[in-house]
Design a protein around this ligand. Sequence first.
Ligand code: ADP
Ligand code: TYD
Length: 209
Amino acid sequence: MTQGRFIALEGGEGVGKSTQGRMLADALRARGLEVVTTREPGGTTGAEAIRAMLLSTEGEGWGARAEALLFAAARADHVDKLIRPAIARGAWVVCDRFVDSSRAYQGGGGGLTDDEIMALHTIGSAGLLPDLTLLLTVEPEVATERLSLRDGDSADRIGGRDAAYHRRVAEAFMRFAQAEPGRFAVIEAGGTPDDVHAGVIGSLAGLLS
Ligand SMILES: Nc1ncnc2c1ncn2[C@@H]1O[C@H](COP(=O)(O)OP(=O)(O)O)[C@@H](O)[C@H]1O
Ligand SMILES: Cc1cn([C@H]2C[C@H](O)[C@@H](COP(=O)(O)OP(=O)(O)O)O2)c(=O)[nH]c1=O
């Protein structure tokens, strides 16, 4: 049996995470590996239900702490029912966002401390971390352009927050990558999908050998 691996894609909205996740999964399958692609918030029935509650623009929304707890609850279900079993049977899990999104959005953006976010993650998911977190970065204008092509002018509750919030999110992601260079690979994602994919595969060399 091959060793199971857990890869997360991170970054702001519209940087190309879903596109790169699909391309990575195809490349891994072409090497004969079992691959499970999934996303957060979501990935299981319960977590998808929590996703709808978190991202809906209806109603009054959530305070920062309730929001952090809901993301942690969704993640707990996802880790327990889908991610851990897949890794245990030797699959590669390619996940669009994971706990570093909570650290960046609910922490950097929303004002909870990193210790608070990680305490919720310890309770919910026994602190599971990806083997590698691919942080995709583009200039904010490029992400905005890609998003408007994808979504028009509609945004979900969190994507629709102001530019200062999203700047804090981007800065937090970069701080985490600098603090843990072994767990993060920062990939400049302003080029073509194939260029970015080459960067993704290059950053996985250590895990693929
Ligand atoms: N490298 C790229 N260059 C140009 N457009 C891209 C690139 N990667 C993705 N896109 C397009 O930009 C939009 C956002 O990409 P997506 O993968 O959905 O990003 P994310 O999952 O990070 O929000 C989509 O319409 C996608 O087709
Ligand atoms: C996983 C996660 C996502 N989010 C936010 C980021 C996104 O705005 C939103 C949904 O993510 P997603 O559907 O991945 O958005 P996009 O494809 O546009 O990047 O949820 C958090 O705030 N905390 C989290 O822990």
